[in-house]
Design a protein around this ligand. Sequence first.
Ligand SMILES: [Zn+2]
Ligand SMILES: [Zn+2]
Length: 538
Amino acid sequence: MRVEFLGGVRTVTGSATLLEKGSLKWLVDCGMFQGGKELEKRNWKIQPYQAKDLLFILLTHAHIDHSGLIPKLVKEGFRGKVICTKATRDLCEVMLQDSGRIQETEAEWQNRKGKRAGKGEAVPLYTAKDAEKSLRTFQPVSYGEIVQLAEGVKVRFQDAGHILGSAIIEIWVQEGGEEKKIVFSGDLGNFDQPIVRDPSIVEEGDVLWLESTYGDRLHKSREETVQELLKIVQEAISHRAKVVIPAFAVERTQDIIYTLGQSIRSGTLPPIPVYIDSPLAISATEIFKKNPDCFDRETQKILSGGENPLEIPGILYTRTTEESKAINEDPRPGIIVSASGMCDSGRIRHHLKHHLWREESHIVIIGYQAEGTLGRRIVDGAKTVRLFGEEIAVKAHIHTLGGFSAHADQKGLLDWVSHLRNPRLEVFINHGEEKISMGLSQLVSERFHFKTSVPQWREKRVLFSEVEKGMPEEEVKEEFPPEEPLPVLLNRLDRTYKRLRGKLKREKKKGEDADRPRWWRQLGEVHQKLEELEKEME
Ligand SMILES: [Zn+2]
Ligand SMILES: [Zn+2]
């Protein structure tokens, strides 16, 4: 088995790993890099594979830093399946199209600027249309179901408790008569997070990819965090001010709706206008309501009691730009929840422009802010920031509430790892800033004596094989069949083809079979290879 780390290593965004077993190639996640021009250039880099050569993509969850380059890959000729949970597919439907629109707007803006500077034409990474087309390749699987994807490759998705539909992915691969198990933690949820269940426990594995977003810190408890938020809101009410919450459209927004809803219903908080000002968050909330089977027990209980945990008395969903603009003309105190979560795009930037300079306003940061983003600059205490070409002073109260995070903290990550029993487990630490990943790598190695490392971007490794037995990596041979004299090979080829024709004839007569599309696809690939060979011999 070979792997190549294509993203989400020594950084949080761009999650993607290429796995190769013989001639089979597939990806786990296909995320977009976010946070600064340098990093985002990687979204355009030529990949070490051809999109058409990938057999499938295993997708842990819908967040753009895991799914955001799928439409680009489909555009480039990927014809396999994207395997994910149903809720992930539903969320990707709105999120990828939204991402496509952002790419289009960005390119338009570049072009307007570029024309004036005499530059060449900018094209979007992909369009909303490309994103829509890519949805056809999605194939949902259920949590806990073992799915055979290719000869010697089985997978199972388990609840990661991070966002609706998020998964830990277990992969079993057969190689040289032995079965090995690879585990991708995906983004691991925070325990006791509302709406979604707690992360599933995994006990077996030979190799683990472990996320490390908050590998260096401990979150405050949920109760403490909720109390802090309520205090901020009460203070805002007493000064007739506004609370602005940049929130990821998926999960953080619904978490805030859930929390505020409970406080208003129980009377801890007086009814106050709550604006959900993000078309994407509104669509995502609808998808949440349609996937109640993914909810945890507590949320199910509220639902069966006849209440909708995602409704607040007096909640205002604003879809149009006019409605959005009207929010800031409303003199009443209120709470504005808007995306994007890292303040890099979307309507939140308008609200920040309107509120950052006001001393009485409150900005509440509840999600992860990647390096290089506007959100991160605000958290790090910038005195001024640039918004829409204007220098804006930061005078508002800035609060960071880690307890709303959708990611496990250091303790949560270590607790989760502690269930893995194989003393020879190899751990790759990913999805974290370099220093944080390094720190967690050391901790996991000290505490559990597992072999840990923090891979580099584009680094290649060989798993479970020759390297371990002391062979340098360069000498590892591809798994080609042993060389045979030509007449023997041709003979065997003829016989195999005859047998296959027989089988195909019989299959044609049978009805539907779940495996058939995969067989036909493989046949197509074989045919293409033969044609290529024919051309080469001309
Ligand atoms: Zn995520
Ligand atoms: Zn992520």
